[in-house]
Ligand binder design. Structure first.
Ligand SMILES: [Zn+2]
Length: 215
């Protein structure tokens, strides 16, 4: 019964074919995880613009995949997304990838408790694994005060909401390259607040890596 349900469930990304053990259909899995395809995209777009790496826009197949990963929530899909993002980052960096710290954007504690899953942490762990032994997962950013949910706030309100709300609470960064990982980039207000905290703690280059870009 369980196996039958599993085979009949449509792929969360394309909704066309059936889901495999990986959580998506075989074709979507190949599309997101094929290292050569990632390299081709990186070559066609050149160095990451404004130090931003994304799998694509938050719509269509990728939008559905990210929403399924986020809202079910589904650890397997979050890991698949992180692995794809890690391959993309590896392709975007000069070869070999620099030694870097992979840092997840910190979630709001009460929202994390409610969902029971830290999306950015799971994605970041998979990114670090895909990047190889020179990448180290360092979940050292913390929310140091409560913030309002961002969804209905304007850009200016988001900036005010996050001002001084995020801080680095781990060892010195000593000029290290940081890959800052999140699931969706909307206005970039959260990423900017994280970048400021990382820079204040001594980070060198900060590259933002997100599964999908909303704008
Ligand atoms: Zn599919």
């Amino acid at each position: 019964m369980h196996a039958l349900w599993f085979a009949l469930r449509p792929c969360p990304a394309c909704r066309v074919r059936a889901t495999t053990r990986d959580g998506v259909c075989g074709r979507c899995r190949e599309r997101w995880l094929d290292a050569n395809a990632c390299l081709a995209v990186a070559r066609s777009t050149g160095p990451a613009p404004e130090d931003l790496i994304a799998l694509g826009a938050y719509r269509g197949d990728l939008g559905r995949l990210v929403r399924a990963a986020k809202y079910r929530p589904d650890r397997r899909l979050l890991t698949l997304i992180g692995t794809a993002l890690g391959y993309r980052a590896r392709a975007a960096f000069a070869d070999p990838a620099p030694a870097c710290s992979v840092v997840p954007v910190p979630g709001d504690r009460s929202r994390l408790r409610r969902r029971g899953v830290d999306h950015a942490l799971i994605v970041a762990a998979a990114v670090a694994t895909a990047l190889g032994p020179r990448a180290v997962l360092r979940p050292g950013l913390r929310r140091v005060r409560r913030t309002r949910p961002q969804a209905r706030l304007s850009d200016a309100e988001r900036r005010a909401n996050l001002h001084g709300a995020i801080a680095w609470r781990s060892g010195a960064l000593n000029g290290t390259t940081v890959l800052l990982v999140d699931d969706v980039l909307t206005t970039g207000a959260t990423a900017r607040a994280c970048r400021a905290a990382l820079t204040a703690a001594g980070a060198g280059r900060v590259v933002v890596a997100v599964a999908a870009q909303a704008r």
